[in-house]
Design a protein around this ligand. Structure first.
Ligand SMILES: Nc1nc2c(ncn2[C@@H]2O[C@H](COP(=O)(O)OP(=O)(O)O)[C@@H](O)[C@H]2O)c(=O)[nH]1
Ligand SMILES: [Mg+2]
Ligand SMILES: [Zn+2]
Length: 285
């Protein structure tokens, strides 16, 4: 347990929590009897993530690197859908800008524009030059933030930059796999200054898009869901005639790579739905 100033205290929880089936989670807001060192009360949660297991998350910062490892836009879109499906506020951080040569920088700026157009906040950063670090710090202020993103993109390094005393383990990216070697396994709220708490942990929930139906998939692509109307109300913007989304891709209003990701995810979700319904059919035979 830690108090609002970040002072740590080791406490027990009252037995009645266990009896009532309440698991305490990182991020829970609690009342503590500081004399007895016992947690007396757990406040109701505004949300809870399963992966990583954290309660009361205000936002997710998705950290991607622009190079080393290379910018993986499919992975980014997957995380955006997954976080969107959990109703989380999302900020995109494109890190290692110091490695971007002029040509890469142009591409990154294009990508940034696309995501700004979708209503996401985008921060360009470098833990090496310090570019964007103040913006990141302001974004985290007073909030509980989960850092998500592939390993090796600089999450631990960015947190170290924000608060050097934490001295988190960061891994040099091995040139062979271009992935970070050390990964952060346990879940802990790290307290930065200005009452900011961050969770630095790999893995994020539902990257396999489980629980998302083909009919709702496009609602996680803001630029697609705002287009329309299409000729058919039920249009999934795939190969239906009179599709306003396809027109918008053709005339450049919607980025073609975003649309391609949408189609690939749609196929994936369709496939799962088909297997699911086939299985159900067999079960009832
Ligand atoms: N050039 C450059 N390297 C960085 C930057 N941020 C992190 N790194 C390096 O990238 C590697 C992986 O960083 P790490 O923080 O462990 O990534 P994590 O797995 O996301 O926590 C380390 O060798 C860092 O020194 C950056 O902004 N620029
Ligand atoms: Mg790390
Ligand atoms: Zn359509």
């Amino acid at each position: 347990m830690q108090d609002s100033r970040g002072e740590m205290m080791c406490c027990r929880a009252r037995g009645r929590f266990k009896e009532a089936g309440i698991d305490l989670l990182v991020g829970d807001l609690v009342e503590v009897d500081t004399g007895e060192k016992v947690i007396e009360k757990v406040y109701s949660r505004k949300n809870r993530l399963v992966r990583p297991p954290v309660a009361n998350v205000d936002q997710v910062v998705v950290v991607m690197s622009v190079l080393r490892p290379p910018l993986d836009l499919v992975f980014l879109d997957r995380i955006l859908i997954s976080a969107g499906a959990s109703f989380l506020n999302i900020i995109i951080c494109l890190n290692k800008m110091d490695l971007a040569a002029a040509r890469d920088e142009e591409r990154v700026k294009e990508v940034k524009e696309v995501f700004l157009g979708c209503g996401y906040r985008v921060i360009l950063s470098s833990a090496v030059t310090g570019h964007g670090i103040d913006e990141l710090r302001n974004t985290l202020q007073g909030k509980i933030t989960v850092l998500a993103g592939p390993s090796g993109t600089g999450k631990s390094t960015l947190i170290n930059k924000l608060k050097p005393e934490l001295d988190l383990l960061s891994g040099a990216v091995s040139t062979k796999t271009e992935r970070g070697r050390h990964t952060t396994r346990h879940v802990e709220l790290l307290r930065l200054d200005n009452a900011a708490f961050v969770v630095d942990t790999p893995g994020f929930q539902r990257l396999d898009l489980k629980g998302i139906s083909s009919k709702e998939l496009y609602s996680f692509f803001p630029e697609i869901s705002l287009k329309g109307p299409c000729r058919f109300n039920s249009c999934l913007h795939n190969d239906e005639p009179g599709c306003a989304v396809k027109d918008a891709v053709q005339n450049g209003e919607i980025a073609s790579w975003r649309y391609e990701h949408y189609l690939a995810f749609l196929k994936e979700v369709h496939q799962r739905e088909k297997t699911f319904f086939n299985k159900k059919g067999e079960d009832t035979k």
